[in-house]
Each structure stands twice: as structure tokens, then as C-alpha cells.
Design a protein around this ligand. Structure first.
Ligand code: CAA
Length: 258
């Protein structure tokens, strides 16, 4: 079994972090494999990706502490940089990415979930940034992304205290969109992924680009960002047939992504 498992169901890809003996902790080999796999996924025509972890206990329990322990500063920088690149690849995929958080999402594991577009979790999920208790800050962009999602004060609190939060609090904070019994999590994620995949790929992609490119910036800088993307969609048959279907009071044909 490799460090990553990947399968496609219809228009949906499922990527599973597979290192159960270390609660799916991210070591260099796993980060490298993830980076390569994300490049491959970005070249596919899938319309939604689900990211999850093997087992019933952990999504990803962080970066690998046994590998980091004896790193020198240069090695640590390279380790952090490689993780950052992988997180950015997740964020920039042309299709939406749903994190199905099936247990611990700590440190680099939370950072991976934060790089995804949407987070769903199981009732046993647990979130936190334990890094400062290990003598380091979160190294994969987690503080920046967490602050954008739940606000800077709470993000700082979690990063400075290392407090772990459970699924209900994560839901209340808007860190996750919904909580499910563990056995129902993947079905719920698939259902959401299928719904996303049933919409026009270009419309969904354009909405993702606008959201990612504008978050955190003032409207004075980003107003009109959608204009060219909006225009580009009018080159597609998807737009023409869906609007025609609306006016003819019928359902659109399945979207073809062109
Ligand atoms: N790195 C390396 N190994 C890890 C690991 C990690 N992050 N998390 C768990 N493991 C390993 C454990 O060492 C253990 O291995 P052995 O069986 O060989 O002893 C195995 O996974 C099972 O873990 P536990 O026995 O500890 O399981 P538990 O149920 O008692 O505890 C846990 C679960 C609370 C998640 C605990 O394992 C834990 O605290 N893990 C570390 C979490 C953490 O600090 N993550 C942040 C890492 S730093 C980081 O991520 C930096 C960054 O931003 C880039």
C-alpha cells in the first residue's frame, strides 16, 4: 500500500492519506508524494476532490515529529517550504476540494484541511495547532488560513494555547460546515461532491478563483475580479443550454464542462 490512495467515482476523486501506523502524519516522503499526486489530479477532468485519512481515528496527526526532531534550520525550512507548496497546490486545484476530517486534524493535518475549500467532519474529529508546544510555529500556512476562516483572535488563541477543539465547537466557529457520525461522513462528502460535480465546471471554477483571489483583500482592490471570468463562461455550451432550459421551464442537460 502506498502513502496515498486515490480512486475516482464518476466525476469525484477521493484522495486518502495512508500512513495509519503514524496516524497519517506527514513525513517528507508523504509530502513529496502528495505534491506529485496533486499535479496529476490537476491534469484530470474530475469536478470535485475529497481528501481524507485512513482509519477511524485520524485525518492527519500533523507533520512527522520523529523526522523533524533532529533537523537543522536549513532542513526545517525546506520541510516547511515543501509542505507550503503542497498546501498551495491543494488550494489552487481547478476543482473544489472537500476535507472529510475523520478524527485528529492536528498541526499539519489541520493545515491540510484548511487548504481545502470545504471541511466536513466526523463526531470524533479533533482540531488543534500543537506546534508551539513543540518549540515551533505552525509551518504549513495554518495560522494564516485559520485566521481567514475563523477570525484572527480565535486563530491566535488556538495557536498560542495549543488547545484542541472538538467537532461541535469547530462547527460553531465555522471551521467545519457540518458534523456527521463517523460511518456517515464519506457518504455525506460524496453527496456534496456529487452535487458540486453536477453544476457547470466552469461556473464552479470561476467562483473558486474569485473567492480565493479576493479573500482578505479590500473590495476596492478586488471589485470587478469576476468580470472576465463571467464573460469567459459565455463561450461555453453549458451556459447557453442551461439558460435556454431555464427559459423553456425544464431541467438543463448534464453539464459537459465546455
Ligand atoms: N508525528 C510522528 N508520529 C506520530 C505523530 C506525528 N505527528 N502523531 C502520532 N504519531 C505516532 C505516534 O508516535 C505513535 O507511534 P508508535 O505507535 O510507533 O508509538 C502512533 O502514531 C500512534 O500515536 P499515539 O500512540 O500517540 O496515539 P494516541 O491515541 O495516544 O494519541 C494523538 C493521538 C493525540 C494524535 C497523539 O499521537 C499526538 O499528540 N500526536 C502528535 C500531534 C502533533 O503534535 N501534531 C503536530 C506536529 S508538528 C507540525 O505539524 C508542524 C507543522 O506545522 C508543519
Amino acid at each position: 500500500m502506498g502513502l496515498l490512495l486515490y480512486e475516482e467515482k464518476g466525476h469525484v476523486g477521493i484522495l486518502t492519506i495512508n500512513r495509519p501506523e503514524a496516524l497519517n502524519a506527514l513525513n517528507s516522503a508523504l509530502i513529496d508524494a502528495l505534491s506529485v499526486k496533486l499535479d496529476e489530479i490537476s491534469a484530470t477532468t474530475i469536478r470535485c476532490l475529497i481528501v481524507t485519512g485512513t482509519g477511524e481515528k485520524s485525518f492527519v496527526a500533523g507533520a512527522d515529529i520523529s523526522e523533524m526532531k533532529d533537523m537543522n534550520p536549513e532542513e526545517a525550512e525546506a520541510f516547511s517550504a515543501a509542505g507550503n507548496v503542497a498546501m498551495e497546490k491543494v488550494e489552487r486545484l481547478h476543482m473544489p476540494v472537500i476535507a472529510a476530517v475523520n478524527g485528529f486534524a492536528l498541526g499539519g493535518g489541520l493545515e491540510l484541511a484548511l487548504a481545502c475549500d470545504i471541511r466536513l467532519c466526523s463526531e470524533n474529529a479533533m482540531f488543534g495547532l500543537p506546534e508551539v508546544g513543540l518549540g515551533i510555529p505552525p509551518g504549513y500556512g495554518g495560522v494564516q488560513r485559520l485566521a481567514r476562516i475563523i477570525g484572527i483572535a480565535k486563530a491566535k488563541e488556538l495557536a498560542f494555547t495549543t488547545d484542541r477543539i472538538k467537532a461541535p465547537e469547530a462547527l460553531a466557529l465555522g471551521l467545519v460546515s457540518a458534523v456527521y457520525p463517523l460511518g456517515e461522513l464519506m457518504d455525506a462528502a460524496m453527496q456534496m461532491a456529487d452535487k458540486i460535480a453536477s453544476n457547470s465546471p466552469m461556473g464552479v471554477w470561476a467562483a473558486k478563483v474569485v473567492a480565493n483571489s479576493s479573500v482578505g483583500l479590500p473590495l476596492t482592490k478586488t471589485a470587478g475580479l469576476e468580470v472576465p471570468l463571467f464573460g469567459e463562461c459565455f463561450n461555453t455550451n453549458d451556459q447557453k443550454q442551461a439558460m435556454t432550459a431555464f427559459l423553456e421551464k425544464r431541467k438543463p442537460e448534464p453539464f459537459m464542462g465546455k
